[in-house]
Design a binder for this molecule. Structure first.
Ligand code: HEM
Length: 184
């Protein structure tokens, strides 16, 4: 009842102030609102790209993993090449390790580089000495064998070693299977 009264008063007020019938007034109001919305969308379209990248669930998961604080590196002592293999990033609970000249570094902070799908994933869980010296991605060069490397390659290897020493924590060494040349 009160609603009906309110409606009657509203109608009377609209006619008195606008000189329009309530039906015409509401049609004009609806048109004005529609125009305002259309204008808003047209303007906001200028400021946001239609191809703005959307974050997929996979990307969100990767980002969460990336932002998770890393556990402190755990010293492993001397392990075999076989044991090193389990630290190739396939188990996200384990640290990501890689070795150069028998020295094992915890590269977990660079999961984007060495983790599964990363550009240098092939080095993870391996001693990549020869591959780094030769700048090679070949499976056969994933070894600690220095035989036949040029002096340029040995120097390049030295640079890699400095880089890794400065950036990562050394957590252990790889048990020797072939005798090391005396000059190293
Ligand atoms: C077209 C050739 C290459 C390009 C453009 C390239 C580019 C890059 C870039 C931009 C980074 C730095 C990534 C970062 O810190 O975010 C990087 C890191 C690295 N690159 Fe390459 N790279 C190339 C070839 C190679 C090759 C042939 C090797 C060895 C076989 C190699 C081994 C590495 C390693 C081990 C790292 C990571 C070092 C670290 O942990 O900080 N790259 N590369």
């Amino acid at each position: 009842m009160a609603n009906l009264q309110l409606w009657e008063t509203l109608k009377a007020a609209i006619s008195a102030y606008e000189g329009l019938s309530p039906a015409t007034f509401f049609t004009v109001l609806a048109l004005a609102l529609a125009l305002a919305f259309a204008f808003y969308y047209a303007i906001s379209g200028f400021f946001s790209s239609p191809e703005a990248p959307r974050m997929t669930r996979g990307m969100a998961r990767a980002l969460r993993e990336e932002l998770k604080p890393l556990p402190p590196p755990v010293p492993l002592g001397e392990i075999t090449e076989e044991e090193l293999k389990v630290y190739d990033g396939s188990d996200p609970e384990k640290p990501l390790l890689m070795a150069i000249k028998g020295r094992i570094y915890d590269v977990s902070q660079s999961r984007m580089l060495y983790g599964p799908g990363g550009p240098y994933a092939l080095f993870a869980g391996k001693d990549a000495t020869r591959a780094l010296a030769k700048m090679s991605f070949e499976e056969k060069d994933l070894t600690r064998d220095l035989a036949g490397l040029s002096s340029f390659e040995l120097h390049s290897l030295q640079d890699w070693q400095y880089k890794f020493r400065g950036k990562y924590v050394m957590v252990g060494t790889v048990k020797r299977t072939i005798p090391e040349p005396t000059c190293w």
